[in-house]
Design a protein around this ligand. Structure first.
Ligand code: GLV
Length: 387
């Protein structure tokens, strides 16, 4: 008989969790009210009070996504997994997707489509650039894909994709438009319905100000028609919008069990959406934009340069800063953490080693925090005799 091994038993001790000011590209520190809501006693996900709570989350998500889509809900998963859900629901094997790639998220969407058995045509741009309306128009005319993927905020390079008019263009060619808003929703102006976007997903942990784990998603009526008329069922049961939709109450009224969601994160999400509603979306967008201007005013005085050359293409929420020639970026990041308890992030994918990244998101997006970031850069530059 097997004997129990004590080899991996945890010792009894207090595990200290540090509390840094997280000014990287996310997660950001959640709103304290969202954190408090999370610590409420657990409810069963099929208990009666859960359903009105889920209804409120849906209403709040419709507000932040600016949509009246019935199929609006929080996916029990990361923002990256919401991308998998988009691929699994909207593409059948053998169908074609056109994917805009100028950083890690377009690369990931491509990889997910290929693993799923879909065909991919890429529109490639260097990091720091985005495809124009004309670039997109040309590929859609040639390829007539089932899906076009665009990333509203490419967090690896700090670029913002213009979206106005692209939904109409897609629909002219029988294409569904999928947009990643993980690092932009609530921080940058965004209009699901007015921009005719068919599927949008986001993350909880950035500008919404909630801990990670429940990812906003919305499907247009057109996207749902596509799902309902598929030849094969979506291949990931947990992410099948028709199954998830039953539990969320927009696909039949019985609300049967589908899965156990992150219930405490749902408490936090409801509270965070309440806070965003109290502030108002336009005020939130302005707060993010003003922090972005304040940041660049401070960085400019230190001689630091933006990675994205065209100011119109710069995200307010994720700011990429060129690493000056000869500067030890790791040392500056470590100094910020050790001395100021403040996170400055490095690049990601193609921008690794080339940029610093600063996130101005949700609860963390305040004039005081921007000042702290500028101070941490100033101190790091002085330490290395760059000032
Ligand atoms: C993750 O979302 C990142 O941009 O680092």
């Amino acid at each position: 008989d097997a004997a129990v091994s004590d080899a991996n038993k945890l010792e009894k001790k207090h595990f200290e969790i540090p509390e840094p000011l997280m000014m990287g590209p996310g997660p950001s520190n959640p709103y304290p009210r969202a954190n408090d809501a999370m610590s409420k006693a657990l409810l069963g996900h099929m208990h009666a009070p859960m359903f009105p709570l889920m209804d409120e989350i849906q209403t709040g998500l419709k507000y932040v996504l600016q949509t009246e889509n019935e199929a609006t809900f929080g996916l029990s998963a990361s923002g990256g997994a919401a991308m998998d859900a988009a691929v699994s629901n909207l593409l059948e094997p053998g169908e074609k997707a056109v994917v805009s790639v100028s950083g890690i998220w377009g690369e990931r969407f491509t990889e997910k489509c290929l693993r799923h058995g879909a065909e991919v045509v890429q529109i490639r741009k260097e990091a720091g650039l985005t495809p124009s309306f004309e670039d997109i128009e040309k590929v859609l005319e040639e390829e007539k894909p089932a899906v076009l993927f665009l990333c509203h905020g490419e967090s690896s390079s700090g670029t913002k994709q213009k979206l106005d008019g692209i939904g109409e263009l897609c629909h002219k060619h029988g294409t569904l438009l999928v947009v990643d808003t993980v690092c932009t929703l609530v921080g940058e102006p965004f209009f699901t319905d007015a921009w005719n976007i068919d599927l949008v997903y986001s993350g909880a942990q950035k500008c919404i100000g909630c801990p990670p784990g429940l990812s906003p998603m919305t499907y247009s009526a057109r996207a749902m028609e596509k799902v309902m008329s598929r030849k094969s069922k979506p291949d990931i049961f947990s992410f099948d919008v028709t199954e998830v939709g039953r539990q969320w109450g927009f696909n039949g009224d019985k609300r049967p069990y589908h899965h156990t969601p992150p219930i405490n994160i749902m408490f936090a999400m409801r509270e965070a959406l309440q806070i965003v509603s109290e502030e108002g979306l336009e005020n939130s967008w302005n707060r993010h934009l003003n922090a972005h201007y304040q940041l660049w005013e401070g960085l400019d005085k230190l001689g630091l340069k933006p990675f994205v050359k065209n100011p119109e293409d710069r995200l307010a929420t994720v700011n990429c800063i060129e690493i000056p020639e000869g500067l030890d970026a790791g040392k500056l990041i470590a100094n910020a953490f050790d001395k100021f308890n403040l996170e400055i992030s490095g690049g990601l994918g193609g921008t690794a080693g080339k940029v610093f990244r600063i996130g101005l998101m949700g609860y963390n997006c305040t004039p005081r925090n921007v000042e702290s970031v500028v101070t941490a850069f100033e101190d790091g530059l002085k330490q290395q005799k760059f000032l």
